[in-house]
Design a protein around this ligand. Sequence first.
Ligand SMILES: NC(=O)c1ccc[n+]([C@@H]2O[C@H](COP(=O)([O-])OP(=O)(O)OC[C@H]3O[C@@H](n4cnc5c(N)ncnc54)[C@H](O)[C@@H]3O)[C@@H](O)[C@H]2O)c1
Length: 337
Amino acid sequence: MLNIGMIGAGRIGRVHAESITCHVKDARVKAIADPSFTDEGRQWARSLGIDEVYTDFHEILKDASIDAVLICSSTDTHADIAIEAIHAHKHIFCEKPVSQSLSKIRETANALSHSDVKFQVGFNRRFDHNFEAVRSAIDAGKIGDIHIVKITSRDPDAPPLEYARVSGGLFLDMTIHDFDMARYLTGSDVVEVSAYGAALVEPALRDIGDIDTAIITLKLANGALAVIDNSRRAAYGYDQRAEVFGSKGQVSIANDSASSAVISTVEGITGEKPLYFFLERYMASFSREISLFVQAIVKDTEVPVNINDGLQPVLIAKAAQRSLMEHRPVMISEIDY
Ligand SMILES: NC(=O)c1ccc[n+]([C@@H]2O[C@H](COP(=O)([O-])OP(=O)(O)OC[C@H]3O[C@@H](n4cnc5c(N)ncnc54)[C@H](O)[C@@H]3O)[C@@H](O)[C@H]2O)c1
């Protein structure tokens, strides 16, 4: 049984702790650390059978019986915690993005290159049943050579301004999943980025230099073109779709909903809205990604999402930010790493 230490017990930390406890074989959460633990948080941890609750993550790193850590703290802490965890010989699952700073990602990659620690990045959508089906169709050659990828990714509501202020902006916080998806579906790196953006949902975002609506086009190394559209607020719920078009055909996925019931009456035809947000839509993918991380440690195999998979979407996000600012297409090679 692998012992896991959780670092960060906010939204996603709790999702992972609960999903490991209920769904992941061969692993258990032994300890959890978060500087802002309250009595409610401690009680929640105990309800999962986690007795070791700390405010300082170093307690986890000091525990020789802990094999791996899940870094689920705020983004600006990921890389520094990861580097300390590498030195403490803990395998690492790190939530996305690895860092908003390319130099911090480089430091993390350097530390990893001198160790045998496994490092997996939390791009959970790769393990969603719909996106996996798209990728399988592509891998089976059913679509032929990929020409066009279309990704729609719209949240049901905008996050609070305090969240947006430290999130790194739409491209690094939200579109980062779509940049990863473009790479995952095409099996190719991005070489050029053009971005348009606006603050149409929450105009106050303009004051902090952020946007909530975007269209981004990508050129991939294999010649394919991709377009991503984002909004922080879709009135009808979490809108997560993709289509891949190629020389032999196309594959597309629709949203998941609570049921596939379609009600037809004299007034019209209605169906269910999409599942509300990422906790509802992607819950199964969170336990799948951790199960694969645990397997990679137990069987000493490659992790499915490595540090380069963590780096590339950050490079794409930086190029998108520059494209938006400078009103021009930006090559990935222009971004200093
Ligand atoms: N894969 C996904 O779909 C997904 C979804 C949500 C969030 N995330 C990522 O997960 C990270 C956390 O997001 P969240 O929504 O849970 O945020 P959150 O604000 O709800 O939680 C972050 C927690 O980290 C804690 N923290 C801060 N510094 C710490 C430290 N030094 N040691 C331990 N804990 C510390 C905070 O006290 C807080 O409780 C972000 O990087 C975010 O991008 C990923």
